[in-house]
Write a protein of this length. Sequence first.
Length: 116
Amino acid sequence: MQKSYCIICGRERDGIEIEEDLQIAIIKWFKTHITKNVKNNRLVVCKECYPKYKEAYKRYKRREYLYIILWVLFFSFSLFLYPSLYSIMASLILGLLFLIIIILIEVPALKLNKKR
């Protein structure tokens, strides 16, 4: 049986399971194939940590939208004000940097059973 660990406090607890996204899949692949240190724990958010998680997830979503809007604005301005290969390359590099930041600060979503 899998143990359940809260992603906020790190303790072994039951709670709402998180959704496996690209970042978690990459970490699991890395642990399986590179470090060979797979524990197959179930990642959850416990009831006590849910308010902290909710605030962190809301903050993450705001930052994600902010970085995307900033990149689109930077790319548009660089394309219209100084259209050259260097400005396009610089804006693509900045977009890649924003993508890396978004991936590093990610807070995964929860698996919630929605009844319809």
